[in-house]
Design a protein around this ligand. Structure first.
Ligand code: URA
Length: 268
């Protein structure tokens, strides 16, 4: 794994900027630097932090091990409880770098669930998935087959916090979030799952093959918590399609196949 250490030579400003970007610092918050040591004699006004919601997990005896994400997820009986449990979960280190927990967007009664990779900068800022440039393309892709998040689609990711510097989430981070994602699918109980990008596809389908191999095929996703297997298809991630527009025709083909399936299931 790459380690990130601050550049030591003076004054390589480009290296310093690169280091900040890799560490996840991607915006400035003031024009002038603040000397916080000098400020100790006259403290600034306190920063008001909204209280965190109480965890949905049961109260544990002192000294008991912290509940795992699997334990917390299984306790949740509604999407609202799951959202609270994810927001209260401190077991994934990504959370400490992120501004917001990005849980989901869309209609909780939708029959189509879309799962992507990880929040980016815009998502971290707004607390909603797929609201940046690739989100705009995802909206257009869904719109081309009559789906949109306001009425008949529900969107989430395999991790709930932005990885610093927009790096890919690690296998460990994905595994920690996975019980929440699996419970998310059970509680939404969609008629169809659309996985966008390799990490979502390989995680949900437990299939180590790359997205080029997996995309465009139907899989049945099933767990004991679902009333029936869910037809599932993976396709290319919109961020990849923005970089490789020549691949859009394959994604288009996948979307038409999804549309046919929705028609055959009688789902709008
Ligand atoms: N890419 C994703 O996979 N998810 C988002 O929410 C945004 C960008």
């Amino acid at each position: 794994m790459d380690t990130i250490s601050p550049p030591t030579t003076q004054p390589d400003l480009a290296a310093l900027l690169r280091w900040h970007l890799e560490a996840g610092v991607d915006e400035t918050i003031g024009e002038e630097p603040i000397n916080r040591y000098a400020a100790t004699s006259s403290p600034a006004a306190p920063i008001v932090v909204a209280a965190r919601p109480a965890p949905a997990a049961p109260v544990l005896a002192p000294g008991a091990p912290k509940p795992t994400s699997a334990h917390l997820a299984q306790e949740c009986k509604t999407l609202a409880e799951l959202k609270l449990a994810v927001e209260s979960y401190d077991g994934c280190a990504l959370k400490s770098f992120a501004t917001r927990t990005v849980f989901a967007d869309g209609n909780p009664n939708a029959r189509v669930m879309v799962i992507g990779e990880a929040p980016g900068e815009d998502e971290d800022r707004q607390g909603l998935p797929f609201v940046g440039v690739s989100g705009k393309l995802l909206d257009r892709m869904l719109g081309s087959i009559g789906l949109d998040r306001a009425t008949n689609a529900y969107i989430t990711n395999v991790v709930f916090w932005r990885p610093p510097g927009n790096r890919k989430p690690t296998a460990e981070e994905i595994v920690l979030c996975l019980p929440f994602v699996q419970r998310h699918i059970e509680l939404l109980d969609p008629a169809l799952l659309l996985l966008v990008g390799g990490p979502a596809a390989s995680t949900i389908l437990a299939n180590p093959q790359g997205i080029t191999k997996i995309r465009g095929k139907w899989f049945d996703y099933e767990t004991p918590g679902l009333p029936r297997p869910v037809p599932t298809m993976a396709t290319f991630h919109p961020a990849y399609l923005l970089r490789s527009p020549q691949q859009k025709r394959f994604a288009w083909r996948d979307l038409l196949t999804v549309k046919q399936k929705l028609d055959s299931l009688g789902v709008a």
